[in-house]
Every structure is written in structure tokens, then in C-alpha cells.
Design a protein around this ligand. Structure first.
Ligand SMILES: Nc1ncnc2c1ncn2[C@@H]1O[C@H](COP(=O)(O)OP(=O)(O)OP(=O)(O)O)[C@@H](O)[C@H]1O
Length: 252
């Protein structure tokens, strides 16, 4: 089971000019096995939603709730959220110089499962994932994200998704900066994850092209810190054709 329920979520950040309200009451439920796409203009608060769910300390929750299978996510520390089954692929993955991909993956897996994975199956699993993500075997020995190309960073995020096997994956612009081949590899990785029993996906994107590979159950238009409209995949096609204008006018 994996139901992520976001109710009337309100979030602010501290700026030099005082607090700034970014999320103004976001309500969204991702049920067992569903994939939801969020699209919206720059600065509408999509990444803020992703970071707030993952527990980034910069974002202050001023109202509302987030639960995963009924558990209060907002009461959990960042690592508790990961152990509870939340995964965030960041728009700009951070570099961790001196920590190899192999070490990072094993440490993360151990922290999430509460015990170290069995070495023999783990090595096989990692090699299998690297191969599927079209990453060279030597990639495991490189420092996390240091000097990675844009495409390598995103493929590495999906390799993590595959190995860490969360309940709900939040993917923040995982398609940005990918060439056609990498987009396919990344999409296939996400689809393999979706095929597992009861997994939820929240996919933040600017482009409908990824939604041709990863078919969403629901599409939400995010404008000025709120969900302005929700619909099926046809809503993404409408956005591609007409842009956000009708939503922006309505939000004023
Ligand atoms: N620390 C901060 N200080 C000031 N403003 C901030 C801070 N963090 C976020 N914001 C503002 O909050 C708004 C929402 O930002 P966010 O990154 O969530 O938008 P987004 O929809 O993901 O944008 P994009 O599509 O460009 O990635 C923006 O106006 C941004 O400048």
C-alpha cells in the first residue's frame, strides 16, 4: 500500500524582506499504484512542494498536512521520511566529493532497510541497475555527482530509485537536460518502478514529451502555489497546445 495524501498544504520561506508564502493550500492524493504529473509555470512552487514533502529545512510548513499511509510525514525527520518510503529525485542533485556511488548506494540502502544488503546479491543488483541505466561499470567508483553530465546525474537518480525501492517517488524535473536516448532510459527506469506492486509517482515536469513515455493517471496544473486544475493526460496535451495563459488569468 502507498497513499500519499497532501491536504491544504501551506509553506513559506524566510527571505531578506521577511516571510514569503509560496504554497497556498495544496491538496493532492496519490493512491496506490498511481502516477501523477505536475506541470506549471516557472516559480509556481513545484519544487517547493517536492522539498517540503521531503523535509528540506528551508521550507516552513504553516498549515495543512501530509500523510503516507496515514502516518504524519511532517512530524518525521528527513531520514525517517526516507525510511517510511519517500524518495526525492532532485532537480539539481548535489555533489558529494570523496563519496563513491557504490558507497553512497550501499550506505543509503542500509540506512533505509535497517540492515546491510547481502554483498553478493547487492553487487549483482547494482551491476544490473547500472547496465539498465546505460552507465559504465566504472561509474560506481566515481564521487557522487562530481563531474557528472546532466544526463548521468538523472540516470544516477533513477538507479537510486530502482535500488532503494521506496513507496512513493517524487521526481523533480528528472527529464530536464536529457537527450532522446537518455530520456528513454530514464523513462524505462521509472516505468519499471511503477510496475512494482502499489508504487506511487509524483512527476514534476515542464514537458509533455516525458509523459508520452511515462503515462500519468492524473495531471495537475500548478499556478501561484496551488493546484489550479486537475485532469487526465489530455490536460497535458492542452497545456502543450495553449500554454498556461487561461490559468494565469484565472489566478489573478
Ligand atoms: N529561499 C528562498 N528565498 C526567496 N524566494 C524563494 C526561496 N525559495 C523559493 N523561493 C521562491 O518561491 C517561488 C517558487 O519556487 P519553486 O522553485 O518552488 O518554483 P518551481 O515551480 O519549481 O519553478 P521552476 O519551474 O522554475 O523550477 C519562486 O518565486 C522562488 O523564487
Amino acid at each position: 500500500m502507498s497513499t500519499l495524501e497532501i491536504k491544504d498544504l501551506q509553506v513559506q520561506v524566510q527571505t531578506e524582506d521577511g516571510p514569503k508564502e509560496i504554497l497556498k493550500g495544496v491538496t493532492l492524493t496519490i493512491r496506490d499504484g498511481e502516477t501523477h504529473a505536475i506541470m506549471g509555470p516557472n516559480g509556481s512552487g513545484k519544487s517547493t512542494l517536492a522539498y517540503s514533502i521531503a523535509g528540506h529545512p528551508r521550507y516552513e510548513i504553516t498549515g495543512g498536512s501530509v500523510t503516507l499511509d496515514g502516518e504524519d510525514v511532517l512530524a518525521m525527520s528527513v531520514d525517517e521520511r526516507a525510511r517510511a518510503g519517500l524518495f526525492l529525485a532532485m532537480q539539481y542533485p548535489v555533489e558529494v566529493p570523496g563519496v563513491s556511488v557504490a558507497n553512497f548506494l550501499r550506505t543509503a540502502k542500509t540506512a533505509i532497510d535497517g540492515e546491510a544488503p547481502k554483498l553478493r546479491t547487492w553487487v549483482k543488483d547494482v551491476n544490473g541497475v547500472m547496465e539498465r541505466m546505460n552507465l559504465d561499470a566504472s561509474f560506481s567508483q566515481r564521487s557522487v555527482n562530481e563531474g557528472f553530465s546532466g544526463g548521468e546525474k538523472k540516470r544516477h537518480e533513477i538507479a537510486q530509485l530502482d535500488l532503494l525501492d521506496p513507496k512513493v517517488a517524487i521526481l523533480d524535473e528528472t527529464d530536464s537536460g536529457l537527450d532522446i536516448d537518455a530520456l528513454k532510459v530514464v523513462s524505462e527506469g521509472v516505468n519499471r518502478f511503477r510496475e512494482r506492486e502499489g508504487k506511487g509517482v509524483l512527476l514534476i515536469t515542464h514537458y509533455t514529451r516525458i509523459l508520452r513515455y511515462i503515462k500519468p493517471d492524473r495531471v495537475h496544473v500548478f499556478v501561484a502555489g496551488k493546484v489550479a486544475e486537475s485532469g487526465g493526460p489530455e490536460l497535458a496535451e492542452e497545456l502543450e497546445a495553449n500554454g498556461y495563459e487561461r490559468f494565469l488569468t484565472a489566478a489573478v
